[in-house]
Design a protein around this ligand. Structure first.
Ligand SMILES: O=c1ccn([C@@H]2O[C@H](COP(=O)(O)OP(=O)(O)O[C@H]3O[C@H](CO)[C@@H](O)[C@H](O)[C@H]3O)[C@@H](O)[C@H]2O)c(=O)[nH]1
Ligand SMILES: [Mn+2]
Length: 925
């Protein structure tokens, strides 16, 4: 065992054949130099070639840009590494002390993210091979939809059947929909299986039917409504964008009665719809995530957080353990902030028509980033340590903390508490390193007993943060820190506050106070119970009249009759919520009664109530949430910017691709959706690049230089639009005017051009094929890049500039996860989907037409005029134009030959032909 302990929980292997790659890169680099030399020395002379000079200059600049882009994209290819875990070692050493894991599932719209899909994702993560009492699943519903809530309620019941089934037969994947559609019916060889199989399948299909019927209906029937108190919350929902917080604990894992059909505990399951008000910006997914972080900290407070999008179901039930092999590794675990798994997709077609699977990024670039310090966080399929997501900086201290946590069983959960409470007592919620607080006795610890073996009460020392520049607000400030910190540690519903000189003179006084609070009739309206302040050192005749005798015996009882005494700071019992600003309402009656009616259920409902404030619009006002804490706001790719800032705080991240994919999601199934998604991504990335969070500025001296470079290809996505647009318009148009921009076929200068193009594209094809792609798939991806660069990135580029100037606001177009039958069928057949008059399509069609015209025109010249030597100098341009025509074949089909609904609308056809003709006409004269 002693030796075993030293074996690491994961190993790292470097990719093979890197020297070959480096030779290739070096040779391409030389080729690029030659091209630049050619461009420089053949720069058209000033006499009479004005147009050609300009065209040449533009082309030179474009090529310089492409070279730069190529250069920065070599960093993540230089030295990819691969990670492998040892889950058996993890179980051997840590099975009993595995940390709590909170899983966040985000959904935002029940129409484009159907509830049945969402709960399949939820069920798949509930069924992880992980101790249920340490697993909690939170669904954030930004759609605030009772349809989604209803589906989740159904899922909570179905999980009682589903989890034992998964456990018993060790099935994969654990999303019921995916499992039943991918697994053939069992035969009789395995007798117990078919019985269960059919009954579970039947139960699933029944549930699916109910959910789909309700979803189609668009509202919840009265009978269903009566089934759960949660539906009452919708009485306060005005619209999806205007409602209070809703927190519903559907399965309370702490409740001994929350068990599956086999009597095994179920994971906690929580529904959250954060408050939405029109006048408050909700910050999209980042806002949802931050609410989740806070609410979960109150309910389960797992040290590890897994975040998945609602379409990304778990495909591998062991993945939590894979992630923990990194976090809990004794040697390196303490410096790891997050573990990112690749995003794979369940609905890809064979040749991936829209190139939506980021195959090469997932198999080559991310492993390369991992070698440079860690991959970026890409929003889904990522495990985080809770503290790092909350803004904690890396320091040597962490090493101790993390180790301590797993070395001693009970003490460490106290230390995690200490850690996470720091921020609650800080001046700004921001500087979490300066604090002083110690839990001296942890009442939850079985070993915290007196000499007779009786449990001791929890005892905590707190010194809140103090800074000269922040006012500490005297006792009130101290009390507020205590309220927050205690809410995290013990969260008692009643708070007694005494000054340090006021010792308790009556050990029954708590019970006296409770007689008021818990009175069934009037208790619910009482906020505090004030006892008189008496003194131990009074002299007989009270020389200075310091004992306020008459106030205590006459005036206060009088005030009590008028509605209640004042609170005099010491010897007073409060209900926690009222001290936190809760207004009295009839509701409280219900809540308070409920609390004492049922033993376990009600602590859930108190939790629900007290979590609401954490998910309210105003909670984050004047805090660091969205800035230094949680996910960052104001960026369309909140994931990338958050990951980057975690890395800049000194943490490392890990990229892991287990043999069996961890998560499977849904890619957009139409061209437009895919282009719009890329617009959001490239816009966010470019926005980061232009902001103070630019990897080269923000990351300067904080992350390695090669990691800064590894981020830049993505940051520069948007800005490649200019060079690309230039390349696909100017050389073809110059054909018309017979303006030559490339070396002649017979010239030696053609070599560097030929070499660079052939080498780059063969390498790219090789990379693609090694990533399990097909040749046709690679070709499709090349097309996708051209389309993105000329539309998505162009719009992203312009929007980013406009945003910088303050003309437009940040938006987040949610990608649809369903499409109608017709569209799906074409997607399955890999027929390109147009069918809408988007300006993006007008651009694509115009460019395609333009290249077609130029190509036909110049080929016709070649045929007519075989002797014409001038054409030889245009050969490369004609080839370029021809390749563009080839790549656009599906577009011509959509423009002219298809009659189905997915064809290009005629308005786009007219517009694009006109525009292309116009451009050609201008070029000809
Ligand atoms: O206001 C919002 C908007 C979105 N979402 C959720 O965010 C997720 C991502 O939205 P989607 O439209 O599917 O975006 P994708 O482009 O597929 O997502 C990638 O890119 C996003 C950043 O642009 C990240 O947030 C995602 O995690 C990442 O998977 C989905 O679960 C949504 O339900 C919300 O919860 N609230
Ligand atoms: Mn998505």
């Amino acid at each position: 065992m002693g030796k075993e302990r030293n074996l690491p929980l994961f190993e790292t292997k470097v990719a093979k054949g890197r020297n070959l790659f480096r030779c290739y890169a070096a040779s391409v680099f030389v080729g690029i130099i030659f091209i630049c030399v050619y461009r420089a020395i053949h720069f058209p002379a000033a006499n009479g070639q004005v147009l050609r000079r300009w065209a040449w200059m533009g082309l030179f600049l474009s090529e310089l840009w492409f070279s730069l882009y190529w250069f920065v994209s070599q960093f993540s290819r230089w030295n990819p590494i691969y990670r492998y875990t040892f889950k058996d070692r993890l179980s051997q050493r840590y099975e009993k002390v595995l940390p709590g894991v909170d899983v966040f599932v985000c959904t935002a719209d029940p129409t484009i993210e159907p509830p049945i899909m969402v709960i399949n994702t939820v069920l798949s993560v509930m069924a992880y091979n992980y101790p249920s009492h340490k697993l909690s699943v939170y669904l954030s519903d930004d759609g605030g939809s009772d349809l989604t809530f209803y589906a989740l309620l159904e899922a909570s019941c179905f999980s009682e059947l589903w989890l034992p089934f998964c456990r018993k037969f060790k099935i994969e994947p654990r999303s019921p929909a995916a499992y039943f559609s991918s697994t053939p019916q069992p035969n009789d060889c395995n007798p117990p299986m078919p019985l269960d199989w059919f009954s579970v399948k039947k139960a699933y299909e029944d549930m699916e039917n109910r959910i789909e019927t309700t979803t189609r209906l668009g509202r919840i029937s009265e009978e269903i409504r009566k089934e759960h108190k949660g539906f009452l919350e919708w009485e306060y929902v005005a619209t999806r964008q205007n409602h209070p917080s809703i927190v519903q604990i559907l399965i309370d894992g702490r409740d001994g009665k929350a068990v599956d059909v086999e009597g095994q505990p179920l994971p906690t399951l929580v529904y959250l719809a954060r408050e939405k008000r029109p006048q408050y910006h909700h910050n999209f997914k980042a806002g949802a995530m931050n609410s989740l972080i806070r609410v979960s900290s109150k309910i389960s407070n797992g040290s590890i957080i897994l975040n998945v999008d609602c379409d990304m179901y778990s495909n591998n039930s062991e993945i939590v353990r894979d992630a923990l092999c990194f976090f809990m590794d004794e040697e390196k675990g303490h410096e790891i902030a997050y573990v990112q798994f690749p995003q794979n997709y369940s609905n890809l077609t064979r040749n991936d028509l829209y190139g939506t699977d980021m195959r090469v990024i997932e198999t080559v670039e991310f492993p390369g980033m991992d070698a440079c310090g860690g991959p970026c966080y890409v929003g889904s399929g990522c495990f985080h340590r809770r503290e790092t997501l909350c803004g904690m900086k890396y320091s040597k201290e962490c090493e101790r903390g993390w180790k301590r946590e797993y070395d001693r069983e009970n003490r460490e959960s106290a230390s995690v508490l200490e850690e996470s409470c720091k921020v609650l007592a800080s001046c700004t919620y921001e500087e979490n390193t300066q604090w002083g607080k110690e839990i001296l006795i942890d009442g939850r610890d079985g070993k915290a007993v007196d000499v007779e073996g009786q449990p001791l009460p929890t005892l905590v020392y707190l010194a809140r943060e103090k800074r000269p520049q922040y006012h500490h607000n005297f006792k009130a400030g101290a009390m507020n820190s205590l309220i927050r910190v205690s809410s995290k540690i013990s969260n008692g519903s009643i708070i007694l506050n005494v000054d340090c000189d006021m010792y308790s003179n009556n050990s029954e006084i708590v019970r006296d106070a409770l007689c008021f609070f818990m009175d069934e009739e009037k208790g619910h309206e009482i906020a505090y119970v004030q006892f008189p302040q008496n003194y131990s050192n009074l002299t007989r005749n009270d020389l200075y009249g310091t004992d306020t005798r008459v106030i205590e015996t006459v005036e206060f009882p009088g005030m009590d009759a008028c509605g209640g005494p004042c609170y005099v700071g010491s010897g007073c019992f409060h209900r926690r919520e009222t001290l936190c600003g809760m207004k009295y309402s009839k509701e409280c009656e219900r809540g308070w009664k409920r609390e004492y009616d049922r033993e376990n259920r009600e602590s859930a409902s108190v939790l629900e109530e007290s979590c609401k404030v954490l998910a309210s619009c105003t909670y984050e006002e004047n805090t660091q949430w969205g800035k230094e804490m949680g996910l960052k706001y104001g960026c369309a790719v909140e994931d990338i910017i958050t990951g980057l800032s975690i890395q800049c705080r000194g943490w490392k991240s890990i990229y892991c691709r287990p043999e069996r994919n961890g998560f499977l999601g849904v890619v957009p199934t139409t061209l437009l959706q895919s282009l719009v998604q890329h617009k959001r991504w490239s816009e966010g990335q470019f926005q980061i690049f232009l902001s103070r969070h630019c990897p080269f500025v923000y990351g300067h001296k904080k992350i390695p230089l090669n990691l800064q470079f590894s981020y830049s290809p993505y940051s520069l996505w948007a800005s490649t639009c200019l060079a690309t647009l230039y390349y696909v318009t100017v050389p073809p148009l110059c054909l018309l005017g017979r303006v030559s921009l490339f070396p002649e076929i017979s010239s030696l200068w053609i070599l560097p051009f030929a070499y660079v193009v052939v080498a780059m594209y063969s390498y790219s094809l090789g990379e693609f094929l090694c990533s399990d792609g097909t040749i046709q798939g690679w070709w499709n991806e090349q097309r996708a890049w051209v389309y993105r660069r000329t539309t998505s990135y162009l719009f992203a580029f312009l929007d980013t500039i406009l945003k910088l100037l303050g003309f437009v606001e940040l938006s987040f177009v949610i990608t649809a996860k369903v499409s109608d039958e017709d569209v799906s069928r074409r997607y399955e057949q890999e027929v390109m989907e147009f069918g809408s008059p988007s300006p993006m399509f007008t651009i694509l069609a115009t460019l395609a037409m333009l290249n077609l015209f130029c190509f036909v025109w110049s080929v016709q010249r070649v045929v007519v005029d075989v002797q014409d030597r001038a054409l030889e100098s245009l050969a490369l341009q004609i080839i370029l134009c021809g390749v563009l025509v080839l790549i656009n074949l599906p577009l011509y089909q959509g423009l002219f030959f298809r009659k189905d609904k997915g064809a290009m609308p005629t308005s786009v056809t007219y517009k694009s032909v006109t525009l292309a003709l116009l451009a050609c006409a201008i070029a000809l004269y």
